[in-house]
Design a protein around this ligand. Sequence first.
Ligand code: TXA
Ligand code: MG
Length: 319
Amino acid sequence: MKTLVLAVDPQKPDPKKITRAAALLAAGELVAFPTETVYGLGVNALDPQAIAKVYKAKERPQDNPLIVHVADQKDVRPLVKRVPAAAKLLMDNFWPGPLSIVFPKKDVVPDATTAGLDTVVIRMPSHPVALALIEAAGKPIAAPSANRSGRPSPTTAQHVLEDMNGRIACVVDAGHTQVGVESTVVDVRTKPVTILRLGGVSIELLRRVIGEVQFHGSGEHIRSPGMKYKHYAPKAKLILVEGKAVDVAASLRQLKRRYAKQGRVTVLKKEDLKPSALYDALRKFKKNEIVLVGSIPQTGSGRVVMDRLRKAASEIIRV
Ligand code: TXA
Ligand code: MG
């Protein structure tokens, strides 16, 4: 399959190109598109046969459900049994934007989309291209990140092509995404609300709207199936050093000397550790390289960056 690349203006996408991409979605094809977080691999969320293609193209484990994307809050109702008050509050405050919410699902949402769960995670992205495409398709669009399973999520159409060229019908290219990490996933059925995945909406912002939140780590009882898999892994060996700044700096110097004998060693810089730059940095290294990174303070967006680094690392050294 030849993957069609449709370049569009991120703010004012050409309606003809959007119509073309939407027609492919309606025909059950896979279309990658930008959201404000990362590029998604879009597919008609209500078509089980099309959904099966996503799992194949991504080499995604069958038990990892997909997020459904809508272009308007009112498009949630037909998909869910209830809209809890806490969900309404969150939608009013954070949509459109990088927050995904767990709902009890109606039968119209196929088991293929939710990996057999009786819940569906929904979000309304804020990217003009994503909104235009979902609207033109006239259907809810399931979209996992458009990377091969286990790889860092794509923040450019080039990243999508690295992983998906020849496997998908089309990619809509609108340049670099703004946020750079995936959406925050929350479950409002618990008190306090549970964060299943850290992401574009920080804990501090969530607390301001909803009060206390609890964090669901990758403990024994896994509620968000995707969190148990290896994620965001660069091709290079990534070593994360965690501890007090002075100790981390000393350890990084020592490791750099030690690994220099074995090949190319790079220490990730502060600029690489902004959410919008992190996945570009992780994707740029080749197989036999060693990449060293020191921990950063876990406040604001530092928390999500540390979360992703821990999942991407092949070794974590605590000093
Ligand atoms: O920012 C994002 O969320 C991007 C863009 C494309 O919207 N999408 C994305 O999708 O990151 P994906 O498939 O890479 O991650 C979806 C996460 C996984 O951890 C999955 O397990 C979880 O959401 N998830 C999906 N449905 C769920 C459900 N019903 N219950 C609990 N977790 C769910
Ligand atoms: Mg993903």
